[in-house]
Design a protein around this ligand. Structure first.
Ligand SMILES: NC(=O)c1ccc[n+]([C@@H]2O[C@H](COP(=O)([O-])OP(=O)(O)OC[C@H]3O[C@@H](n4cnc5c(N)ncnc54)[C@H](O)[C@@H]3O)[C@@H](O)[C@H]2O)c1
Length: 337
C-alpha cells in the first residue's frame, strides 16, 4: 500500500498531537505545523515533520502541503468565553486561518479536508442533545467564526471538488491539554490550581452542565474522519452523551481525587455562556464505531498524573483583552489566577 501523507495544523496542541500519534502508529507520514500561541512544543510526537509556521501565512501553507493527501485542520484559538472580549483576535485566528489552510489545500489538490469545528456552533437549542441536523445558532464570536468556517469549507470544497468532513468535538479532556492558560480548559485549570493548594473559581452558580470526553476515546473517530469513505460531506459530533455533569460536580470529582478541601470561589456568570450543552453521539456510533470507554474519574486521574509529572505552573495571560468593561470576568481583567 502507498504510504499516505497527512498534514495536521495545531500539532503541538491537545487534539492535534494525539491525532498525530495515532496516525504515525497506523503508518501515515505526518507533517505538522504550530505557531505555539497555545499547545506545548513537547506535545509534538517524535516522527512528525514539524514546522513552526503560522497557518495565516498562506505562502508557507501552500509549500508545506505539497504532496499531502489529507489535512486535519485543528489549529485555532479555541476560546469561546474570551471571544466575547477579544473578538478580533479570535475571529482572525479561527475564520481567517481556516480560509488560508483551505485555500492552500485546494491549490495543492489535497484529497480530503477535515475541519475541526466546535459545539459552540449549536448555541442554545430548544432540545437536547445537540444533533448534527439542527440549525446552528452560535451565540458568541467563536461559535460564529466556526460556523462561518464550516460554510466556507463546504462552499469551496464543493466548488473545487475536494472531499470534506466537519468534526464537532466537545469538552475533550486528557493529558497534554494546556493547564496554565487562564482562558480555557476548565478541568485542567482546576487541577493546576488545586495542586497549588488554591481554590478553583466557578462562574455563575456552577450548575452549567457538560459532557466530558476523554481523548483516548475520541482519537480514533477523529482519525476516521480523514480516512473513512462513510463520512465524506458529513458533520459529525465527536464525544460522548452519557455522563452529563455540572461544573460544581466536576470540581468535587477533582477535589476528591486530590483530597483537597474544596471551597470554590463563585464569580459572576460569563456573558453568552451556554448553560446546558450536550451533543448526541449517535451518528459517531453509527458511522465511526464511537464508544465511550473511559470514565470521568479515570480521565481526571490521568490528567492529574500528567500535570503532577510535568509540574504545576503559574498562569500566563498571553492574549490581549480587547474589551475591558463591567462585564469582563475579573479573573481575566485583574489576572486573578
Ligand atoms: N478540545 C476540545 O474539547 C475541543 C472542543 C471543541 C472544539 N475543539 C476544536 O479542536 C481543535 C483543537 O483543539 P485543542 O483543544 O487541541 O486546542 P489546542 O489549543 O490545544 O490546540 C490548538 C493548537 O493550534 C495552535 N495554533 C493556534 N493558532 C495557530 C496558527 N495561527 N497557526 C499555527 N498554529 C496555531 C496552537 O498553538 C495550539 O497548539 C480546535 O480547532 C478547537 O476549536 C476542541
Amino acid at each position: 500500500m502507498i504510504q499516505q501523507t497527512v498534514f495536521i495544523t495545531g500539532v503541538a496542541g491537545f487534539l492535534g498531537s494525539h491525532l498525530a500519534d495515532r496516525l504515525l502508529k497506523d503508518g501515515y507520514k505526518v507533517i505538522g505545523c504550530d505557531n505555539l500561541i497555545g499547545g506545548y512544543l513537547d506535545n509534538v510526537p517524535p516522527g512528525v515533520k514539524f514546522f513552526s509556521y503560522d497557518c495565516g501565512d498562506r505562502e508557507a501553507m501552500v509549500k508545506i502541503m505539497e504532496g499531502v493527501d489529507i489535512v486535519y485542520h485543528c489549529a485555532c484559538t479555541a476560546y469561546e468565553g474570551l471571544s466575547v472580549f477579544s473578538p478580533h483576535l479570535i475571529t482572525k485566528n479561527t475564520y481567517g486561518i481556516a480560509t488560508s489552510v483551505l485555500s492552500s489545500a485546494i491549490s495543492n489538490k489535497v484529497k480530503r479536508f477535515v475541519f475541526c469545528s466546535s459545539m459552540a456552533r449549536y448555541g442554545t437549542q430548544e432540545s437536547l442533545p445537540f444533533r448534527e441536523e439542527m440549525i446552528p445558532k452560535p451565540q458568541d464570536p467563536y461559535g460564529i467564526a466556526k460556523l462561518a468556517s464550516e460554510l466556507t469549507v463546504r462552499n469551496l470544497c464543493e466548488t473545487h471538488n475536494m472531499e470534506y468532513v466537519i468534526a464537532v468535538p466537545h469538552n475533550i479532556i486528557g493529558p497534554r491539554q494546556k493547564y496554565d492558560d487562564p482562558y480555557r480548559n476548565v478541568a485542567s485549570i482546576m487541577i493546576n490550581l488545586m495542586l497549588q493548594n488554591r481554590q478553583p473559581v466557578i462562574y455563575g452558580d456552577g450548575e452549567q452542565q457538560r459532557c466530558f470526553s476523554f481523548i483516548e476515546d475520541v482519537v480514533n473517530p477523529l482519525k476516521l474522519l480523514g480516512t473513512s469513505d462513510e463520512v465524506v460531506g458529513h458533520i459529525v459530533n465527536i464525544g460522548p452523551d452519557e455522563e452529563l455533569i455540572t461544573i460544581n460536580e466536576l470540581a468535587r470529582v477533582i477535589a476528591e481525587q486530590l483530597n483537597f478541601n474544596l471551597e470554590p470561589i463563585y464569580m459572576a456568570d460569563r456573558p453568552c455562556e451556554v448553560k446546558v450543552a450536550t451533543c448526541s453521539a449517535q451518528k459517531a456510533r453509527n458511522l465511526l464505531g464511537y464508544k465511550t470507554q473511559t470514565s470521568l474519574q479515570d480521565g481526571i486521574r490521568s490528567m492529574i498524573n500528567y500535570i503532577r509529572d510535568r509540574g504545576v505552573k503559574p498562569f500566563r495571560y498571553h492574549l490581549d483583552l480587547e474589551i475591558v468593561s463591567d462585564i469582563t470576568p475579573r479573573t481575566w481583567k485583574d489576572k486573578l489566577f
